[in-house]
Design a protein around this ligand. Structure first.
Ligand SMILES: N[C@@H](CCC(=O)N[C@@H](CS)C(=O)NCC(=O)O)C(=O)O
Length: 205
């Protein structure tokens, strides 16, 4: 199987890079300079009309959206390594639910926080009350993770899985965006553990 991975430093491609490393999937990496507009070149837009990384090319077939890519990598390479539950495994529903929650619910709320306050967004779009409300919502969602992780060390139970790369990477990103973890001790300890995992650590340097 021939896999080409389009990425950019400090981007949404980070967790996908960690998953590829964790699973030791042979692939070719192509690093885009997003400021130079590599992602808008016509040949790439034919693969992903959104002009975004991450994008994977699997035997010539494009696959985009980080969540879809990681769920596919989990199914294809993660099950044999016991890092992703197969269909029929009791942990499968939790893996699908929490990985989707990570992008849609937690990621969506984090994205509202960034739009309302990030220095990378034009100041005329900033909205301090909206930013504060979104930050409080992220903290509430962190509460759900903290509850789960105070009962078990990893998102799926006793052992590390790809779900921890998915959720751990978003928690680390939220920290970069200024959301504190100190009110959530189990989540805080979990974030440290994720940060120390070589497949995650190496992508954040
Ligand atoms: N929902 C997409 C988001 C991808 C995305 O926004 N990628 C950004 C980098 S973080 C990008 O490629 N931006 C280039 C551009 O918008 O021109 C995913 O999860 O894969």
């Amino acid at each position: 199987m021939n896999i080409v991975f389009y990425r950019a430093p400090m981007s949404s491609a980070i967790p996908v890079a960690s998953v590829l490393t964790e699973l030791q999937v042979p692939h070719q990496r192509i690093t885009f300079d997003l400021d130079a507009g590599d992602q808008r070149k016509p040949a790439f837009l034919k693969l992903n009309p959104n002009g975004k990384v991450p994008t994977l090319l699997v035997d010539g077939q494009p696959l985009f959206e980080a969540l879809a890519i990681m769920q596919w990598l989990g199914d294809h390479f993660g099950v044999a390594k016991k890092l992703w539950p197969a269909d029929g495994d009791p942990a499968r529903f939790a893996a699908l639910s929490w990985s989707t929650w990570n992008y849609v619910t937690l990621g969506g709320t984090l994205s509202r926080l960034l739009t309302a306050s990030s220095p990378t967004v034009p100041p005329e779009l900033h909205h301090p009350p909206l930013a504060e409300a979104a930050k409080q919502q992220v903290l509430e969602l962190f509460g759900l993770l903290d509850d789960r992780l105070s009962q078990q060390p990893f998102m799926l139970g006793q052992s590390f899985s790809l779900l921890d790369i998915i959720v751990g990477s978003t928690v680390l990103w939220a920290q970069v965006c200024g959301v504190p973890l100190n009110g959530h001790p189990a989540l805080s300890a979990y974030a440290e553990q994720c940060k120390a995992r070589p497949s995650i650590r190496d992508e954040w340097q």
